[in-house]
Design a protein around this ligand. Structure first.
Ligand code: FES
Length: 104
């Protein structure tokens, strides 16, 4: 199964198996990754699922759509909402980090 690697604010890394088509938000919540709350369940309204995409992976993701953009425009560069990133074969091994702002 494809994997995503989440790096937390303290530098610890968690490798999570993510079925094809599942969002990184759902996988992170299921794996109890700290800092990914996913409060709206993926309806693109809470912005509690932000991740920072590691260099080399950004261009493999689908483009940011308007609604997502409105929730991440003030965020650090290369931020996406993890509820808008679905696992695909070409994303196996994707590396992301959880921004400091996600730890409330
Ligand atoms: S889970 Fe709410 S915006 Fe992603």
């Amino acid at each position: 199964m494809p994997k995503a690697i989440f790096t937390l604010h303290d530098g610890t890394r968690h490798t999570v198996e993510v079925p094809i088509g599942e969002t990184l938000m759902k996988a992170a919540v299921n794996a109890d990754i700290p800092g990914i709350a996913g409060e709206c369940g993926g309806s693109v309204s809470c912005a509690t699922c932000k991740i920072q995409i590691a260099n080399g992976w950004w261009d493999r993701l689908p483009p940011v759509e308007e609604l997502e953009e409105s929730l991440i425009e003030d965020a650090v560069p290369q931020t996406r909402l993890s509820c808008r990133v679905c696992m695909a074969a070409e994303l196996d091994g994707i590396e992301v980090s959880v921004p400091q702002s996600q730890y409330g």
